[in-house]
Design a protein around this ligand. Structure first.
Ligand SMILES: [Zn+2]
Length: 431
């Protein structure tokens, strides 16, 4: 097993160091690494800027390093062991031996409204525009909440979109009267494919609207939403008024602020998970979570961001279907005492959240990444192919385990030792 030094992305939407799990895990990780081996700093930390994402894996934008006598990239070390990786990653579409990327997110401000391309589109985008689409891989993504998280995901039921349009003339104007009229007159009697096109037409018209119209509509919506947010017994209206006001505070006169009224807004309780399929619009709004995805950084953004937006691509790719949230939001499965397993409908990855009261034995069934979230203890690997036999475990410890490693994790505290383990999903199915 290999101890890892990891880095963090300090995006604007992250949390300040005083209130960021990402910062805590990062600084503890660097401290833990230096106890194992005095190494030179490769990821300097700027405590004055927000801490948004901790990255664990081999993605070239922020790779993890194996702690040896000097630091060596995890990708390099895994390639050296590729014979022992057998048929795990090679079966999957991945240029590295590790087909997934593990992250922790600390969200202060909503992220952009975005969607992830499927594999075919990802390859096209990468070929035509490698600067903005750095990977030729798709990006299915799963998040597990560590705190209460707020999320916008997928389109609301069409009746709800209809009633929003009827309620707010400002929203009708922002969407363009023609698209709105078509939507309102035909939505009740249309086939599913026609409904899809009506919604697409409505959203296209909103996202392609001039800045002047958008600013004007938001300016007029704000006092209505303020009044609603403090007094109304219509629960959904209040909820959406509040989210619109917050998004406006964070992002100003952005068409994404209005688009939020058409998306499902809901919370995840700690331990609840969200699976983000290709071509579904989404934005994390607040909270802290563990995220795992195919090794890719391809995102098509539509709004709520100063970063590169690609509205034409987004409009082409979105599914424009009501989301069935029962497939989107789910609880993990308790597979044994203290172990909750989250299995998404993709091959690349699976995630376990594990509480250890005294000790736990397990065998790594693929190349795994382990991240200790809290507690104190140690891990012993009695069949290491290379690397360490014993490592201490505490908040921020990150370890890569090779397939077949037999491990024992021991808790040294009165509280549980809490960690997550990410592995390649298809290994278990193959066994
Ligand atoms: Zn995303």
């Amino acid at each position: 097993m290999f101890p890892l030094l990891v880095g963090a992305q300090q995006y604007d939407w992250g949390r300040p160091s005083t209130d960021s799990t990402v910062f805590k895990l990062l600084s503890e990780n660097h401290r833990w690494v230096k106890e194992i081996q005095p190494v030179t700093e490769v990821y300097p930390v700027d405590e004055t800027r927000p801490f948004a994402e901790l990255w664990i894996g081999t993605h070239p934008s922020l790779p993890s390093f194996v702690v040896r006598s000097s630091l060596c990239s995890l990708d390099q070390v895994l390639l050296e062991h590729s014979s022992s990786l057998r048929n795990g990653a090679e079966k999957l579409r991945s240029t590295t031996p590790l087909p997934f990327l593990l992250k922790v997110l600390s969200i202060q401000k909503s992220l952009s409204v975005q969607a992830h391309p499927d594999l075919t589109l990802a390859q096209q985008l990468h070929q035509n525009n490698p600067t903005h689409y750095p990977d030729d891989n798709h990006k299915p993504e799963m998040a597990v909440a560590l705190s209460v998280c707020e999320v916008l995901y997928g389109f609301r039921k069409l009746e709800e979109i209809e009633s929003t349009l009827l309620k707010y003339e400002e929203v009708r104007e922002a969407c363009g009267l023609e698209a709105v009229e078509q939507f309102l007159t035909k939505i009740g009697t249309s086939s599913n494919e026609e409904k899809r096109l009506l919604l697409k037409n409505l959203v296209s018209s909103l996202l392609e609207q001039t800045q002047e119209v958008i600013s004007n509509c938001i300016a007029r919506l704000l006092p209505k939403m303020k009044a609603l947010s403090s007094n109304s017994d219509q629960k959904d209206d209040v909820k959406y008024a509040n989210i619109l006001l917050r998004l406006y505070d964070q992002h100003g006169m952005d068409s994404g602020v209005i688009l939020s009224l058409f998306l499902n807004f809901f919370t995840l309780e700690p331990g609840e998970a969200l699976f983000i399929a290709a071509n579904e619009p989404h934005a994390y709004v607040s909270g802290e979570l563990v995220e795992i995805m195919a090794c890719s950084d391809n995102v098509v953004r539509a709004g709520l961001t100063p970063k590169y937006k690609d509205v034409p691509t987004l409009l082409k790719m979105l599914s424009f279907q009501e989301s069935d949230l029962s497939f989107v939001k789910f609880s993990g499965k308790i597979v044994e005492d203290g172990v909750v397993c989250y299995t998404p409908p993709v091959e690349e990855f699976e995630l376990e959240l594990i509480h250890v009261r005294s000790f736990k034995k397990f065998q790594a069934r693929s190349t795994c990444l382990m991240l200790c979230l809290s507690g104190n203890g140690k891990i012993n690997c009695n069949s290491p192919k290379e690397g360490f036999h014993n490592l201490s475990l505490k908040e921020g410890s990150c370890i890569c385990l090779l397939e077949g490693c037999e491990c024992v994790v021991e808790n040294a505290d009165s509280h549980d030792l809490f960690y997550c383990l990410a592995h390649i999903r298809n290994r278990r199915d193959a066994q």
